[in-house]
Design a protein around this ligand. Structure first.
Ligand SMILES: *Cc1c(COP(=O)(O)O)cnc(C)c1O
Length: 448
């Protein structure tokens, strides 16, 4: 392998670990819905001399010299973001999704103001007001939920908004399989005069590719990570819509000031370059196909799972992900299914389900999605095979019980994990997964 030639000489330990991670990605099925595979072009842009530069401020308004080309890189990323999302203002500097959302609070609220967001165990995100996050610590956080059928409880949203008069309302989720009702939220936010922010970290690629409703006509602010369905580097963007500027002509400036100097120092210019590359990819027609295929694949996977008796929250999906509800087999089973799938080369994550009967650390569901395997080129036919493997693995481990007692629980889980390497079903699925991965090579250039 010629890849990492210099690193191999310079620091063989790190090179070895990076190579192992490449092999894990190449020969496994990545089904965590927040993950994806960036193109080599995106990664090449990241690994450049742009990492050497300090450029606090914004294009043409910097606190350091030597930013002639950096300005052009950032302006290109901004212009492409505006074009791709159809918005008048974009900030591409947030280090990641959490700092981006933090900047929205700083721009729109004072400490202690009331905000309204989607509860974390119901599929929301930490930054939408959960108690252990800054958003729940520094603001008065009201939380809405999903109904037992898995859909957002819009009546609760209305009631909380009318009673509590939040300054900021969030719409957007990390584990919600249905289309986000931007229009319905806009009616509520407009009625109570709140800022409405859409956090489309998960579905940004679907939005851009036309496979999910666009938030821009309905909300004031859009935040997104750039590394999930958007398939760029690890980073984030904050955009202000026409509607946002109409509500508050200063909103763009407030967002920019909140990011820098409010919360961050120098931007990561190498990441900004890679964001520009990813946005360039999103402008190509192939990206639309990819976005629609993600949804087709998720639907095919959910259907095949349900056909085989697996319960899916809300009985299906509109987007890239689904939640398997394992409560028919008992509570807290997510960890067994996650670990057994992991040993089989299928990476998913244990997740809470609506009205979770267990705990967030030992939840009763599993979250999985299709963005990364769609990037590899897999289609409906492959989803059927994957669904059958998942069904086999669930069948294999569903009778394992999680003890209430902490010490016993750790013993049981440790023993369970050790047993996986010699489990016949796990071994068979593992070898079939490798065969499938070889038919859909991920980074063939890196193995030359
Ligand atoms: C992933 C995610 C984020 C946070 O992104 P990080 O880059 O992990 O900080 C924010 N909001 C939602 C809805 C997400 O899914």
């Amino acid at each position: 392998m010629r890849w990492l030639e210099r690193l191999r000489k310079n620091d063989p330990k790190v090179a070895d670990l990076v190579t192992k991670e490449l092999q894990r990605q190449e020969f496994g099925l990545e089904m965590i819905p927040s993950e994806n595979y960036a193109s080599l072009a995106v990664m090449e842009a990241m690994g450049t001399v742009l990492t050497n530069k300090y450029s606090e401020g914004y294009p043409e308004r910097r606190y350091y010299g030597g930013n002639e080309f950096i300005d052009m890189v950032e302006q290109l990323a901004i212009d492409r973001a505006k074009e791709v999302f159809g918005v008048p203002h974009a900030n591409v500097q947030p280090y990641s999704g959490t700092p981006a959302n933090q900047a929205v609070y700083v721009a729109t609220c004072n400490l202690g103001d009331t905000i309204l967001g989607h509860s974390l165990p119901d599929g929301g995100h930490l930054t939408h007001g959960w108690k252990t996050s800054f958003s729940g610590m520094f603001y008065k956080s009201m939380q809405y939920h999903v109904k037992p059928d898995g859909y957002l409880d819009l009546d609760e949203v209305k009631r909380l908004a009318r009673d509590e008069r939040p300054k900021l309302i969030w719409i957007g989720a990390s584990a919600y399989a249905r289309e986000l009702p931007f229009e319905e939220f806009a009616a509520v936010a407009d009625e109570v005069g709140a800022y409405l922010a859409a956090d489309i970290a998960h579905v940004a690629g679907l939005v851009v590719g036309g496979a999910h409703k666009h938030p821009a006509p309905y909300v004031h602010i859009v935040t997104t990570t750039t590394h999930k369905t958007l398939r760029g580097p690890r980073g984030a963007m904050i955009m202000v819509t026409e509607k946002g500027l109409k509500k508050d002509p200063e909103l763009g400036n407030k967002i920019d000031k909140a990011v820098f100097p409010g919360l961050q120092g120098g931007p990561h210019d190498h990441t900004t370059a890679a964001i520009a590359v990813a946005l360039g990819e999103a402008l190509k027609p192939e990206f639309k196909e990819y976005a629609h295929q993600i949804v087709k694949n998720a639907r095919a996977l959910a259907e095949e799972l349900m056909k085989n008796g697996v319960k899916i929250v809300s009985n299906g999906t509109d987007n890239h992900l689904m939640l398997i509800d394992l409560t028919p087999f008992g509570k807290g089973k997510g960890v067994f299914v996650q670990d057994a799938l992991d040993a089989s080369g299928i990476t998913v994550n244990k997740n809470t389900i609506p009205a979770e009967p267990s705990s967030p650390f030992y939840p009763s569901g599993v979250r999985l999605g299709t963005p990364a395997i769609t990037t590899r080129g897999m289609k409906e036919k492959e989803m059927k095979s994957i669904a059958r493997w998942i069904v086999d693995i669930i069948g294999e481990v569903k009778s394992n019980e999680l003890p209430e007692d902490r010490v016993k629980r750790n013993e049981v889980l440790e023993k369970f994990k050790q047993g996986l390497s010699s489990n016949r079903t796990v071994k068979r699925v593992r070898s079939e997964v490798v065969q499938l991965c070889k038919r859909f090579p991920l980074y063939p250039e890196l193995f030359k």
